[in-house]
Design a binder for this molecule. Sequence first.
Ligand code: 6GU
Length: 249
Amino acid sequence: MRFHILTLFPDMVRQGLETSIIGNAIQNGILELDLVDIRDYTADRHKKVDDYPYGGGAGMVMQAQPVYDAWRAVNASGKGRPRCIYLTPQGRRFDQSMAKELAGEEDLILLCGHYEGIDERVLEEIVTDQVSIGDYVLTGGELPAMVLVDAVSRMIPGVLTNDASGSSESLEGGLLEYPQYSRPAEWMGRKVPQVLLSGDHQKIENWRREQSVLRTLRHRPDLLDEADLSYRDVKLILDHASETKDHTS
Ligand code: 6GU
């Protein structure tokens, strides 16, 4: 999969993504990062890419021309017209299902704004999707683009070396992850739950499922509406529902 990232700060995005798991996937050719510096496409002889907002107000607005020409250069370099995602707090809220859906694309263009935003006319011309990573405001779209690349990439076969972990982790099936432990079996007087040392795989699986359900009940009960729950899960929730109410009331 190829991510074409249009930004005024390509080094920031490169630094953020060329380490660890995503960095390895780039090295292995499973992922390609095409960092496009919008400033390279300015027609202004002083390399200016922003200007004052019409109508007044604080800050600067990224001008249409360099953004449009950077986008055209990406389109000219490949076949077809990839989806173009503008990272903005006004977009649709990013979640795991969106990550999974986007992982099916061959090419994606991510457009990062900075300052007070981008001239609306070029957005109307090139953007197919607007995405937000949550209800808070950041100074630019670079961090959100990195978040999106990371979440989408780990859904692509081969990016995680342990192939099962892409689906068994938090939020798959709509539940939070169960707790994990490693050696030693006792640390600062705290013991690893006995069941995990039992070697009984069925019991371990049941225990982990229960932990996932109970954690979700305690920390993110809103997720339970959409979760894939078995009869046993529902029974567990009902057995613990009163204790949860005590915490919240
Ligand atoms: Cl996508 N951009 C900015 N600037 N701030 C955000 C965001 C995006 N998502 C949440 N906050």
